[in-house]
Design a protein around this ligand. Structure first.
Ligand SMILES: [Zn+2]
Length: 230
């Protein structure tokens, strides 16, 4: 578990973000209405719950499946964005995968279907949610990744990581790599590894509603920080 530290700084950031969100809502309301959108803000977020179906992702120390937690976090995060007036699109809303039949090549079909859903939504950003694992160690904390070479994804990842670091007190960097859903989508896209299922304490915490809500609010705040700095 983490202790919320630097609480003054967090309150300042949240206050700024609230003002930004209110300003965004006011600025975009007219445009949204003229475009007859059903959401308050003309800004679409795709939330991708990683894995699913026969691809459970990594397994926690207590046997929990990453794919199950990813889905819970996706719904929680989507609810926060929806409540704030954003348009939310999910790549999956059930425990099932997106590959059709579980035959050879299912993983690539699953990834291609995610790409299709993301591109069809023409989102402003894409957030892919995952859980991490590292041997038998006690590594902990959330970390954000982006597609190496894509600057817009890097900026988004760094904003979210800064908000995470403020909670954990760690000085972790957003890291570049090669990730299909980030590489193959045209909007700013990041992978958020919410925590380590290989860490017994964090594995237990990640399964509580309180911690899930905390992490999802931080992701949301990271996106608000990103928008504020655009
Ligand atoms: Zn994963």
């Amino acid at each position: 578990m983490f202790v919320v530290c630097k609480s003054k700084w967090i309150f300042v950031v949240l206050a700024v973000l609230l003002v930004v969100q209110t300003a965004l809502t006011a600025a975009l309301l007219g445009h949204s209405l003229s475009a007859q959108r059903t959401t308050l803000i003309d800004f679409t977020v795709v939330i991708d719950a990683g894995h699913g179906g026969i691809d459970g992702g990594v397994v926690g120390v207590d046997g929990v499946k990453e794919s199950t937690l990813n889905l819970q976090y996706a719904k929680c995060l989507g609810e926060i964005f929806s409540t704030a007036g954003f348009n939310v699109v999910y790549t999956r809303k059930t425990e099932g995968g997106l590959y059709g039949l579980p035959t050879q090549g299912f993983k690539m079909r699953d990834m291609q279907e995610r790409k299709r859903i993301i591109e069809q939504a023409q989102p402003n950003i894409m957030l892919s949610l995952h859980m991490n694992k590292f041997g038998m160690g006690y590594r902990s904390g959330p970390q954000v990744f982006f597609q190496q070479g894509k600057q817009d994804g890097r900026v988004l990842a760094e904003s979210i990581q800064r908000v995470f670091n403020d909670m954990t007190g760690k000085q972790r960097q957003a890291l570049g790599g090669d990730y299909y859903v980030c590489r193959e989508t045209s909007c700013p896209a990041v992978i958020v590894e919410c925590g380590f299922l290989s860490n017994p304490d964090e594995c237990a915490a990640l399964q509580t509603e309180q911690y899930r809500t905390q992490i999802c609010r931080l992701i949301y705040n990271g996106v608000m920080l990103y928008l504020y700095e655009q």
